[in-house]
Write a protein that binds this ligand. Structure first.
Ligand code: TA6
Length: 285
């Protein structure tokens, strides 16, 4: 069946989406958190830490954390409350093309208004078929005032070995380097490789990036396409920062690159009654 509801790890409510061609994904209602994507006839494409917690109110380490209403540090908890809130199923089923799809919803509550005093209606959509999955975030503003936020889809893409991973498409794109005091930098290298901690907010990026997992003609390649999200974040904590994360094993930094669709360099402003949408589409080439 295209969408099945079951109990996942930590006995947490989960949806399993299965497309007509066998592609499948796992989506927790906690945080509207996508934790698995397996294209038709292929292997797992997302990284999730073996040490991740699966408890309400704690973000899962890996998959696609939903970052809203704040990216990074600021007046509310880092990366916002969307990833630690329990979302509701708004829709689930199969598209006419055989894609499996689901939409989860979160709206403001007393709890959220205590932290962020604004009304909002958020939807997180997942649709997959074949070698592609699309994750979309919609934010509606019921009013009474304009809604200002930053957001991201904090995607942990699995790699066999970080030392042999390359991100293409960012040459010459200005970025803010979190490892160098948020300095503004431009890197002309044709591919971003990883020899140390990388924590970069690229501003107004090309719409498609490519992750090469391995080198040469046999490398696995994942295309990452963004709509609506103007920026991209690339992050790997490397060894020292990995050791400081309780929900990440010391060597797990070697097995993922975060390539995040982000609206973070400038806030999004949604007028009264309007709606903003951003999406990230991953395709295994
Ligand atoms: O997106 C990159 C980043 O902001 C890094 O600075 C690092 O903090 C990462 O997110 C993980 O944040 P988290 O709150 O999930 O531990």
């Amino acid at each position: 069946m295209p969408v099945a509801a079951l109990r996942g790890r930590g006995e947490m409510d989960t949806l399993v989406l299965t497309a007509a061609d066998g592609a499948h994904a796992e989506l927790y209602l906690a945080g509207a958190h996508l934790t698995s994507w397996v294209p038709a006839g292929a292997a797992e494409q997302l990284f999730v830490s073996a040490r991740s917690a699966y408890t309400p109110g704690t973000a899962i380490r890996g998959g696609v954390p939903v970052i809203f209403p704040q990216f990074g540090p600021g007046p509310i908890p880092r990366h916002g409350f969307a990833r630690t809130s329990t979302w509701e199923v708004a829709a689930a089923g199969e598209s006419p093309t055989g894609a499996a799809r689901a939409t989860l919803a979160l709206r403001d509550s007393e709890t959220t208004r205590r932290v962020w005093p604004f009304a909002f209606e958020a939807q997180l959509g997942v649709e997959l078929l074949g070698q592609t999955i699309t994750v979309s975030l919609g934010i509606g503003n019921p009013g009474p005032a304009p809604l200002t936020f930053t957001a991201a889809l904090h995607t942990y893409v699995a790699v066999a070995d970080i030392a042999r991973a390359t991100v293409e498409g960012l040459a010459g794109v200005p970025y803010r380097d979190q490892t160098r005091g948020n300095a503004s930098v431009v890197d002309e290298a044709p591919g971003l490789t990883f020899e140390r901690e990388v924590d970069r907010l690229y501003v107004r990026t090309p719409r498609e990036l490519r992750l090469h997992d391995g080198r040469g003609p046999d490398a696995r390649v994942v295309a990452i396409h963004a709509d609506g999200f103007p920026d991209a974040v690339v992050w790997n904590p490397w060894a020292e920062k990995a050791r400081a994360l309780d929900d990440l094993a010391d060597d797990e930094y070697q097995r993922f690159v975060c390539i995040e669709a982000a609206a973070a360099a400038e806030p999004v402003v949604v007028a009264l009654g309007a709606r903003w949408t951003g999406a990230q589409r991953l395709t295994l080439l």
